[in-house]
Design a protein around this ligand. Structure first.
Ligand code: 1CP
Length: 374
């Protein structure tokens, strides 16, 4: 049973009599509204018909149909082809019956569209040809012109048409996580060069993160204006920072991304890995939903983020490689712990591992629905 308050389905001002021609201005009630979906409702802390579930990196290498479609096309080329983006985004929705689609793209795409030389090397990740290492490099970064995002808006519109009542989540990389790729030149574990730049050049650091915040907000606005009904800001690597550094040198810029959405009233999900010590701050940056990895149980995470925010997470992706009894036990635990939160969106604590059996993902989506059906 879908628990829907009357305000979400306000009656139209007038109702056409039975035999009259349909009023073109009247809302089409036959198409379910993704803005009234369980995902959006859980994000806002409203009652749901069952706990919504989706998986970070649900589109991608765990799916044979993805590998077939991507064969011969470079990652960042695929991200700029609206038909490929649409099809790849739809694949996990059709296969797993998840409660949300996430746009197939990558956090480095805004940099590429702005004109930077970035490549996604298979098996490695994003590699930046000319890393940002000096104050002059920061000042030379090209801005992201919104007009260059027409391809993205075409993809989002196509998707919204295909998804019906299933919500599309738009996303962007947060300023800090994008800065790590720009400064390191590629994936890194310690992010030592990034931190060294942050400490040595505080003003250039703030300018860099300001610019990245403007570009992330531009990227998100384009997706929302084309029909995305929720957004997720990925600050995947923020957990390498102390709470004090995060609060003073990073959080204001993540908040600027959310502020840059203006009056677009879509739920905001804010996620990072290893952010146990940062959870209250991650929420303070302006999120409706805080994404949690597997290190902190959701009942404890709920205490840390406070009453006014929902949670997303937090099954360890490695659990999906274990036997079925372990998977089921861990899913049940996450569902139970999630009941402490204002609202819970079931997800993994980080992305799907490429070696995951997609059948297990479908099973998890079914099990969460079964355990939480009202
Ligand atoms: O050839 C391939 O298949 C490349 C693998 C791949 C894919 C499928 C990359 C390279 N990016 C993506 C898509 C992607 N990236 C999505 C698609 C939507 C979905 O979730 O289904 C999303 C949301 C991202 C976001 C992203 N890219 C993040 C944040 C999420 C996270 O995992 O923490 C990060 C950090 C990246 C950088 C990136 N892009 C690709 C890789 C392998 C990485 C990580 C590299 C590293 O370890 O630093």
């Amino acid at each position: 049973m879908v628990v829907t308050p009357a305000s979400d389905h306000a009656a139209p001002d007038h109702v056409a009599p039975d035999c009259a021609a349909p009023d073109p201005a009247a809302p089409d009630v036959s198409v379910p509204d993704p803005a009234a979906s369980d995902l959006v409702r859980a994000a806002r802390g409203l009652p749901v018909s069952r706990t919504p579930v989706w998986f970070m990196r649900q589109a991608g290498r765990s799916l044979p149909e993805y590998r077939a479609l991507r064969a011969g096309t470079a990652m960042l080329e695929a991200c700029q082809d609206p038909d490929l983006v649409t099809e790849i985004t739809m694949q996990p929705v059709r296969r797993h019956g998840v409660d949300a689609a996430i746009l197939f793209s990558d956090i480095v795409l805004p940099l590429v569209v702005a004109g930077l030389d970035v490549e996604i090397k298979p098996g490695v990740g994003p590699v930046v040809a000319a890393p940002v290492r000096s104050v002059a490099d920061v000042d030379a970064l090209p801005p992201l012109e919104p007009e260059r995002l027409a391809f993205l808006q075409t993809a989002v519109r196509q998707l919204v048409g295909e998804l019906g009542g299933t919500p599309l989540i738009g996303f962007a990389g947060a300023p800090f996580t994008l800065a790590t790729y720009l400064i390191e030149g590629g994936p890194s574990k310690e992010h030592a060069r990034t931190k060294a730049f942050m400490y040595a050049e505080p003003q250039a650091w703030a300018r860099l993160l300001d610019r990245l915040a403007v570009s992330a907000a531009t990227f998100l606005r384009a997706q929302i204006d084309a029909g995305a009904v929720a957004v997720q800001l990925f600050d995947s690597w923020a957990g390498v920072l102390s709470a004090a550094d995060y609060a003073h040198r990073v959080l204001p810029h993540s908040r600027a991304v959310f502020d840059g959405l203006g009056d677009r009233n879509v739920p905001r999900i804010h996620f990072g890995v290893s952010t146990g010590e940062l959870l209250p701050l991650i929420g303070d940056a302006g999120a409706d939903v805080v994404g949690v990895d597997w290190r902190v149980p959701l009942d404890e995470a709920a205490r840390r983020v406070g009453a006014g925010r929902s949670l997303q997470g937090n099954l360890d992706p490695a659990v999906l490689l274990a036997d079925r009894a372990t998977v089921d036990r861990e899913v049940r635990r996450v569902v139970e712990e999630g009941r402490s939160a204002r609202g819970h969106i079931f997800n993994l604590g980080h992305g799907v591992l490429p070696e995951t059996d997609p059948g297990v993902l479908t099973h998890v989506a079914d099990l969460v629905h079964e355990l939480t059906a009202q």
